[in-house]
Design a binder for this molecule. Structure first.
Ligand SMILES: [Zn+2]
Length: 258
């Protein structure tokens, strides 16, 4: 197998104290997959996993000394990485003509000249029309539009659930999170992935209910789930949907930098 480290200069010199580590792996089909080497002293041995949200290989090393070995271990397993990538939903870049889900319905991305605010045109499929001078600016504007739509839907949903649960929230932030769809801290700051707006509305509504219920119970106790059930009686269906289709939400557009 012709896997080898692609020659790319290390971006973070701090991470390469001893020697420069490869930052990507070339697969046998020529594709380049980013490689992240993590030093975790609690790890008992070198291991490899695929971060499916970011579509990158993650090699875990128990020590900095073994980090080059962990990188080599990952490069040796290019075939394994390729097989696992093949099982992920096909990535959909935010390019003109692409069809992406929004609120669970297919929408075609359309680029126009000029700076008119992005808008949705109904139809089959519906269109998301975004003004941009070129494809690169277009992707960024589509992403910002989707994030703004997510924040609007989430703010509306949280307001309803907060009223039902008699709680107050401090702020709602949308980000490109990879490990969780939402989070809540004890100050009442709620944070969500903008990608939840791609899912059917019932899923976004459940996630809003989940984080709002944390304003009552900052844990996953029985009491917490009772609050969730009051706001979103079909919460189990929503959880099952996320387990099954979560990766397809991460397949849309580029990932934000780590
Ligand atoms: Zn939770």
């Amino acid at each position: 197998m012709a896997a080898r480290a692609a020659k790319s200069p290390p971006k973070r010199p701090a991470a390469a104290k001893t020697q420069a580590l490869p930052e990507s792996i070339e697969l046998i089909d020529g594709r380049i997959v980013p490689l992240r080497v993590i030093v975790n002293p609690r790890a008992r041995h070198i291991s490899l996993r695929l971060d499916s949200a970011r579509r990158e290989a993650v090699a875990v090393s128990p020590s900095a000394r073994l980090a080059p070995k962990a990188a080599a271990f990952a490069i040796d397993r290019a075939g394994w990485i390729q097989a696992h990538l093949a099982r992920l939903p096909i990535a959909i870049p935010l390019t003109p003509g692409a069809i992406i889900p929004l609120r669970g319905q297919p929408h075609r991305l359309v680029m126009t000249k000029g700076r008119a605010p992005a808008r949705i045109e109904p139809g089959s499929p519906a269109q998301i029309i975004v003004g941009a001078p070129d494809a690169e600016a277009f992707a960024g504007r589509v992403r910002r539009f989707l994030a703004a739509e997510a924040k609007r839907d989430l703010t509306r949903a949280v307001a309803v659930h907060a009223k039902a649960l008699q709680v107050a929230w401090k702020s709602i932030t949308v980000k490109d999170t990879t490990s969780r769809w939402g989070s809540c801290n004890s100050d009442g700051a709620l944070c969500f992935s903008w990608r939840v707006v791609l899912a059917p509305p019932a899923i976004l509504d459940y996630l809003a209910a989940h984080e709002t219920a944390h304003l009552r119970e900052l844990n996953h106790s029985k009491r917490f789930w009772n609050h969730v059930a009051r706001c979103a009686p079909e919460f189990e269906k929503a959880e099952a949907w996320l387990r099954k289709h979560g990766a397809s939400l991460h397949a849309v557009g580029p990932k934000a930098a780590a």
